[in-house]
Design a protein around this ligand. Structure first.
Ligand code: XMP
Length: 180
């Protein structure tokens, strides 16, 4: 995989350190919620972030996954996202935290936030590992952000290209000739 990556944007050590501080921010925000949380990870890009983040969170939690359509082999999301796996679990009257890999145009997150709001949670917040500033509409609310990055297509730490590179431990930029 190293040969396919032109440049490493974030090294695994940087990522691990930031996920710990981000978890502390999230834990502080939910300190007074005794019933705990329902985490809603958006599959599959969030899986590595999710696994690292939730092990740093000390409170009780349930996990209710959702999966949205992806566009195999494509480096951009086109059109409206389609739900492939419905929310597994009841979020009514629960404190919900959506966990996603990257906020790009914001279409995916808006879709999931609206779906959850219709189910009347006690509260709704969102954590993303990466954000490309300036791309998502300003009214789309994200409460916790790991890193702001340049507007480049990145892989690793759960993020894929054509379903590959999710296990790459850093966040890297693919070599241009590998992109369509
Ligand atoms: P939107 O545009 O809906 O995008 O905010 C969110 C989803 O699109 C995928 N995405 C990426 N995947 N590298 C990736 O591997 C990227 O740079 C990238 N930008 C968007 C991702 O699945 C994300 O949840």
């Amino acid at each position: 995989m190293d040969d396919d990556v032109a440049r490493i944007l974030l090294h695994r050590e940087q990522i691990q350190a930031r996920v710990r501080t981000l978890a502390a921010e999230i834990a502080a925000g939910y300190a007074h919620h005794e019933r705990g949380l329902t985490i809603v990870p958006i599959l599959a890009g969030s899986i590595i972030f999710l696994a690292d983040l939730i092990r740093e969170l000390p409170m009780k939690m349930k996990i209710a996954v959702v999966q949205l359509s992806t566009y195999p082999g494509r480096s951009v999301t086109a059109g409206e996202p389609r739900i492939l796996m419905e929310l597994a679990g009841d979020v009514r009257d629960r404190h919900v935290l959506i966990v996603d890999d990257i906020l790009d145009t914001g279409r995916t997150l808006r879709h999931v936030q609206e779906m959850i709001r219709r189910r009347e949670p006690a509260s709704l917040q969102t954590a993303v590992f990466l954000r490309k500033p300036g791309k998502a509409p300003p009214d789309l609310r994200v409460d916790f952000v790991g890193f702001d990055i340049e507007d480049l297509f990145v892989v690793g730490y759960g993020l894929d290209f054509g379903d590959l590179y999710r296990n790459y431990p850093h966040i890297g930029v693919l070599r241009a000739e590998l992109m369509p």
